[in-house]
Design a binder for this molecule. Structure first.
Ligand code: ZN
Length: 260
């Protein structure tokens, strides 16, 4: 079984022009069925642009290529959208959960605090990136709350999947944002989502703190201290998605879904 890393939304800065970014979605083979961690934009987002996408069209350069919709990318792995049984969300911003309507039969696993932030009336700038229609199809939810468990020294919540998976609350960018840690054959893959920008050595610390919350330095140090943890973030430079490490084995078992 493996984890496949996909780019579900290209979003490039206008200034500086060399900040070319994709958005990380994980396609994870689990004993419980094919699982996504975040969805990127959905097919509908490319047809009817929400207000926040229109704002991104002004502030950033977004090619909006519908081929980036994860539902369309599945074909290259031999999968169809109905194969997705579960979706774990790091947070509910449009660029991380816009694809929910493309997988209407999947169960959605989320930290309850994030779901509540999505439903509440906007009261901080980042709340403008929640798009209500992304859950208009009334998906089936599985909610998680804080426990006393730990993943390393982070407060964490064990998810009901094999390979072992943890939700790691890292609030700041949104009120209920979580990272997701997945056990691999060599250690762990830790998707820190929009709580960190480890790939970016140019952005000033105050800007990272303002946009992503207080966790960036802790996660950076954690990565230095734990070589067995492969840390990625919600957005990575575009060339990362052309790299060689986009398929990460988690076990030698094959799922029934994997076609030879
Ligand atoms: Zn976000």
């Amino acid at each position: 079984m493996s984890i496949y890393i996909l780019n579900g939304f290209t979003c490039n800065a206008r200034i500086p022009r060399h900040w070319l970014c994709g958005t990380v979605e994980l396609l994870v083979e689990t004993e419980e069925g094919l699982t996504l961690v975040d969805t990127g934009l959905g097919t509908e987002d490319y047809i009817h642009h929400s207000g926040i996408i229109k704002l991104f069209q002004v502030l950033t350069h977004v090619p909006l290529d519908p081929k980036e919709a994860v539902a369309r990318q599945l074909a290259k792995f031999g999968f169809v959208p109905e194969d997705i049984k579960h979706i774990v969300l790091t947070h509910m911003h449009f660029d991380h959960c816009g694809g929910l309507p493309d997988f209407p039969n999947a169960k959605i696993h989320i930290y309850r605090r994030e779901y509540e932030a999505f439903l509440n009336r906007p009261h901080q700038f980042a709340d403008l990136a929640y798009v209500k229609r992304h859950i208009a199809h009334k998906p089936e939810w599985v909610f998680y709350q804080k426990t006393c468990e730990k993943w390393y020294d982070f407060d964490a919540i064990r998810l009901p999947f094999e390979p072992e998976m943890w939700l790691v609350p890292l609030p700041g960018h949104t009120r209920g944002l979580c990272g997701v840690a997945i056990k691999t054959m060599k250690g762990w893959l830790f998707q820190a989502s929009d709580a960190a920008a480890l790939f970016n050595n140019e952005a000033p610390k105050w800007l990272i703190r303002l946009a992503l919350g207080p966790h960036n330095e802790r996660i950076r140090q954690f990565g230095i201290d734990h070589a067995e943890v492969n840390i990625i973030t919600g957005h990575m430079w575009l060339d990362f998605f052309e790299g060689k490490n986009l398929v990460i084995p988690t076990s030698e078992n094959k799922t029934v879904l994997v076609k030879a």
